[in-house]
Write a protein that binds this ligand. Sequence first.
Ligand code: NAD
Ligand code: ZN
Length: 248
Amino acid sequence: MEALIKQAATDLADAKTVVALTGAGISTESGIPPFRGKGGLWERMDPMEVAHIDAFMRDPAKVWNILVKEMKGIVDKALPNDAHKGLVKLEKMGKLSTVITQNVDGLHQLAGNTDVIEFHGNFAWQRCMECNRYYETRKVDISRIPPRCECNGILRPNAVFFGEIIPPDALGRSQQAARDCDLMLVIGTSAEVQPAALMPVIAKKSGAKVIEINMERTHLTDDVSEYLIVGKAGQVLTGIIAQMEKAR
Ligand code: NAD
Ligand code: ZN
């Protein structure tokens, strides 16, 4: 791990435009469980039952009960960890231009990154399925499930369910960022959800170096990534930045 941390510090120092693609793994050290991998939600639940738009349309109350139990409290209380803070430092060093995140927890913005593309929307807002009015999640009355709008329409998270399209603006800007960067950091994503997992492929095809940080191998590891640094995102990024600061 030490040698690869040094290598990453050198690669980042040489790079002009760095983009990060992040997944649930970057927020586990903030106390938010991932979907896949150890301790992930899918060990206990079927994604098609709780995270698919058809499941929500069929029974919004059932999905809302799970969201409130599994996500809301955690997301409301979570704070950025060393990995989020490391990406802010990389932006301040003039290296990192954009964070493409699959997360819905808002922690990159809270940490201070300025260009964050929310590939799967966010959980900070809810919107009415009837009149499209938006409500801040922390102000929504969840004593009544499913929560409702003033117009009595059912509220849904402003996040992308399985079976829904990626917001076109987020998709277009992500593809552009992937084409324009010369180094992509892929952090804490299983790279199993499409089309998010295509962004490192686009980056590589456009000539960028792809560096993965994850606790385990993914199917990007062999063919797409230059190398994988195995470890916790917070620890690894702290190590890389310390190296970069030492070398300055
Ligand atoms: P995932 O749950 O499929 O995979 C998580 C990955 O992170 C795994 O590969 C795991 O090995 C790795 N990981 C776990 N802890 C880590 C750590 N400390 N450091 C580095 N790597 C670590 O996540 P995904 O690829 O983002 O896909 C799941 C989808 O679920 C996303 O699209 C997202 O919308 C949603 N989701 C979001 C949150 C959140 O907002 N925090 C949480 C759960 C799921
Ligand atoms: Zn409404």
